[in-house]
Write a protein that binds this ligand. Structure first.
Ligand code: FAD
Length: 497
């Protein structure tokens, strides 16, 4: 049976024929599973459902989608482009026109002049340059939902043969990462702290490079204008913000408040000690072991002192006043759409998606994953989650990589997203080209990190070894990441594209 009908072009007779085929093939079981309100399916309902899920039929058109094109997704797109058969359609989607290189954003939100280097064109994301295949497509649009057989996006692209906002897939790699904390959340609130009279225009952000540059420039202005800054959260972002602000504006009073006694507790104590020493030298006021009382951050209960400073309180009752509050906490995995599809796929403890070691989405992760082998009997043809045999279900055609994945203790990092994406994409290629062959399994490595402490100094922990460097530069060598994403970065002009 051929389901190669183009999207939106399926006639009623074809749909009816397809519907009866789906019944013969047991698709009603899938409908029952995925659409609980239709437990028993009347033929009329089935016709309706089939119309609604044309995309599930179009899934036989052999399409792989990559959702999110940053550290994880971009790598997945490249591996798939190289490994999928020539007749496969590969659609890579991101709401941003450029890959946002977030490592450098705290610096560029403080130090003017380098913003453009943080936005890397995704024009060569498949790594094919001028030889890009016509069926390898990038879309700048927002993914709004995912189901086992199709995704929904904000826009159709008829000029690219994508006539519907529903895009069917055979395989999906979900790499939508995490929402950034407020001081770096470009898709979040207005970056302006104070909107001057006469400049009340509503701030809009559409995920373009120029929007991103403007956003960072507004953050720079807000930081420059604040004599006192309170940074909340002693993770890498908070540390980098505090030390950069003090390095660039030594006259400012900067406080870093952290709820734990140790900074970066996943790493050796030496990291904490060195960061603390640097902060002392910079005269950053470091408050450890005190949690911010979040009710004092509530805009409606906002307290302002006589100097116009915002006053917040810790849970121990300490009051801190500052002109600018940078809340570097609360990073959340971007898994809402997976949760809407199947809430059991989300780890309630951290909001990340459960996966098998193969990076396939599941409702409960393997206990001893390295000995768990992929259940080759599970069919992916209709996108139905397969029964893993222990009461859990695995969506064998949906892979999750990067910050969205609960990846066996891996830290949320660009390099781990990259490694997970390779495993996910290799497994998709294996399922397509060598069905029945064993799939790769992911194992997280030893956590590694490098954190800048002002413009030149940094501390790192790599492969279990702690070290200090003093070779940093103002733009954090942002251009080196461009090469990783196959974007030309030979001149300053290239970096402005
Ligand atoms: C300030 C900072 C510094 C860091 N420094 C380092 C470092 O030095 N080294 C390191 O290894 N890691 C670092 N990290 C961590 C690293 O950035 C993340 O772990 C990494 O970004 C995860 O990659 P990802 O591909 O999973 O997701 P993300 O990078 O979050 O990418 C997700 C992509 O999905 C897109 N997207 C999201 N929702 C939608 C939607 N609905 N529709 C369409 N597209 C969507 C986004 O636009 C984005 O492009 C840093 C993080 C921060 C915040």
């Amino acid at each position: 049976m051929d389901f190669m009908a183009s999207e939106g072009a399926m006639r009623k007779s074809q749909v009816t024929e397809a519907a009866s085929y789906l019944i013969r093939m047991g698709a009603s079981r899938w409908f029952e599973h995925s659409i609980p309100q239709f437990k028993s399916i009347h033929p009329t309902s089935l016709y309706f459902l089939t119309m609604c899920s044309q995309s599930s039929l179009v899934a036989r058109r052999k399409t792989a989608v990559v959702l999110g094109l940053a550290y994880g997704g971009a790598k997945a797109a490249k591996v798939l482009a190289a490994g999928l058969p020539a007749d496969w359609r590969l659609i890579a989607i991101d709401r941003n026109s450029h890959m946002n290189h977030v490592y450098v954003m705290p610096r560029f939100a403080v130090l003017p002049g380098h913003e453009y280097k943080a936005f890397i064109p995704n024009t060569n994301v498949f790594g094919e340059g001028d030889t890009r295949k016509p069926n390898h497509i990038t879309l700048k649009t927002t993914v709004t939902s995912i189901q086992p057989t199709h995704i929904t996006v904000s826009d159709a692209f008829p000029e690219l043969g994508i006539h519907s906002k529903e895009i069917a897939f055979d395989y999906a790699i979900y790499a939508l990462g995490a929402n950034l904390p407020a001081p770096l959340d470009l898709w979040g609130k207005d970056p302006r702290e104070a909107v001057k009279p006469g400049d009340e225009k509503v701030w809009t952000y559409n995920g373009t490079k120029s929007d991103g540059i403007a956003w960072l420039q507004e953050r720079q202005k807000a930081i420059e204008a604040a004599p006192t800054v309170l940074v909340v959260g002693g993770g890498a972002l908070g540390i980098q913000f505090a030390t950069d602000i003090k390095a660039i504006y030594p006259e400012k009073e900067v406080t870093l408040l952290h709820s734990r006694k140790q900074l970066l507790p996943r790493f050796d104590r030496e990291m904490h000690d060195e960061i603390r020493k640097t902060m002392e030298l910079q005269e950053i006021d470091l408050i450890l072991g005190e949690r911010l009382d979040l009710s004092t951050v509530d805009e409606e209960k906002k307290v302002v002192n006589a100097q116009g400073q915002r006053v917040v309180r810790t849970e121990k009752g300490r009051e801190i006043a500052a002109d600018l509050l940078l809340l570097c906490t609360g990073q959340r995995a971007n898994t809402k759409m997976l949760e809407e599809m199947d809430a059991a796929t989300i780890n309630p403890e951290n909001g990340r998606a459960f996966i098998q070691r193969t990076m396939q989405l599941t409702t409960s992760p393997p206990i001893d994953s390295l000995t768990t082998t992929f259940d080759k009997s599970v069919s992916v043809s209709n996108g139905a989650p397969g029964d893993s045999g222990n009461g859990s279900s695995t969506y064998t055609n949906i892979f999750v990589a990067g910050d969205a994945a609960d990846a066996f203790g891996a830290i949320q990092a660009g390099h781990t997203a990259w490694g997970q994406a390779i495993v996910a994409a290799n497994n998709v290629v294996t399922l397509v080209t060598k069905p029945g062959e064993e799939l790769e399994e992911y194992t997280s490595g030893i956590p590694s990190i490098k954190v800048s402490l002002g413009i030149t100094k940094s501390v790192y922990h790599s492969r279990g070894t702690f070290g200090i460097k003093d070779d940093g530069v103002a733009d954090l060598r942002a251009a080196s990441m461009w090469g990783v994403y196959e974007a030309k970065a030979e001149s300053d002009e290239d970096l402005r594209l």
